[in-house]
Design a protein around this ligand. Structure first.
Ligand SMILES: [Zn+2]
Length: 366
């Protein structure tokens, strides 16, 4: 009998402790943002002089508009010229970023392909499926994603877990069962009661990018913001895409300009979150990329299984549960397949339930 009472006591104590651990977690909402194919070179060092030197055929590199706009002596100054809000506000006061290899921190993908669908699928399912996912074709993701998992665990309607992306294929990646979550990607009308976006809806089809499958990030961002205001989702994924396409087109100027615009989107998003009782101090933002790119002036615009450097990515985390600030230093390597479990864990759910083969949560973060 005594043993029986003791074991009841132990069970009660364990329940109290696990509740206490969950109660300490402040995150109630997750915002996942991806910037397609943004290299660690630009993320941590801003303007890469080697790239514009190789591209400058006539005259001195110092005479170029890019140099005049973005050059500074140190990596810290250069990157803050491209993304001032991210570095001077978010990273100083609210979050941290892993992946600066010069500081002893590496973030790597585990899929071998080093292009977009395998990367997004690894982020969203927590696992590389090299034999199954090996093209960017519009094929339904056969594996359930963390977005589908979280909608089930949170017991909320489809509008409360949403995905907005510039690249149309993302519609096919974010859910294995169509209709599980709200999803809008590529040149697609966003159906919403918000009258403020009626013009934006029309404009996306009139003011087109050079690419058939990728609309301007300006639309994706505005639809996502409208969704945040209208439906107050618990989980939203925002996939910005232009950085990759400008890089493929070797428009280094547009890559940096797009990052600068993205920085302003982050500022607008942050100001909205701070103004909303549901989100303020209860939201973790994870920002990452699907793949890196080549690390020389000859292949910076490219990526793929044989491109050295494209396996290296970065991950930023901003939110109330992490005390880390700025760049990670001298840390063990973390992996793209850990992001799904990390997002789940921040909301108090064990992603292992859906996918035991997924990477484990990044415990250094909280
Ligand atoms: Zn690409």
């Amino acid at each position: 009998m005594r043993i029986y009472i003791n074991s009841i006591l132990i069970v009660v104590l364990l329940l109290v402790c696990s509740n206490a651990i969950e109660a300490q977690r402040k995150t109630e909402n997750i915002i996942l943002i991806t910037l397609d194919g943004v290299r660690i070179e630009e993320m941590f060092g801003g303007l890469d002089l080697a790239v514009i030197k190789a591209a400058t055929k006539k005259g001195k590199v110092e005479g170029t508009a890019l140099y005049k706009t973005y050059w500074a002596a140190t990596a810290e100054e250069r990157r803050a010229k491209v993304m001032p809000f991210f570095w001077n506000v978010l990273m100083k006061r609210h979050g941290s970023i892993a992946g600066d290899r010069s500081k002893g921190s590496t973030v790597q993908i585990t899929n071998s392909h080093r292009f977009s669908y395998p990367g997004y699928s690894e982020i969203l399912t927590g696992q590389a499926h090299d034999d199954q996912i090996k093209s960017n074709d519009k094929l339904r993701n056969p594996n359930p994603t963390v977005l589908e998992f979280l909608r089930r665990k949170l017991r909320v309607g489809p509008q409360k877990v949403a995905a907005f992306a510039s690249w149309d294929v993302i519609d096919w990646i974010v859910e294995s069962k169509p209709g599980t979550i709200a999803s809008n990607a590529g040149y697609e009308k966003y159906v919403s009661p918000d009258e403020r976006i009626a013009d934006t809806n029309r404009l996306q089809f009139e003011a087109r990018t050079p690419w058939d499958s990728v609309r301007s990030d300006a639309y994706t961002f505005r639809f996502a913001m409208s969704h945040l205001r209208t439906y107050k989702p618990r989980v939203i994924y925002i996939g910005l895409g232009e950085t990759d396409d400008w890089a493929h087109d070797e428009r280094y100027d547009r890559v940096l300009q797009t990052l600068q615009l993205t920085d302003n989107y982050l500022k607008q998003l942050w100001e909205f979150l701070q103004s909303s009782p549901q989100y303020k101090d209860r939201t973790t933002i994870l920002i990452t990329t699907d793949h890196g790119r080549g690390n020389t002036p000859a292949d910076w615009s490219d990526h793929g299984s044989d491109v050295e450097g494209a396996q290296y990515i970065w991950l930023a985390a901003i939110g109330p549960d992490s005390r880390l600030r700025g760049e990670w230093r001298d840390s063990p390597t973390i992996y793209q397949n850990q992001i799904a479990a990390t997002a789940s864990s921040l909301l108090g759910f064990d992603y292992n339930e859906q996918n035991p083969n997924a990477g484990k949560p990044i415990t250094k973060l909280y």
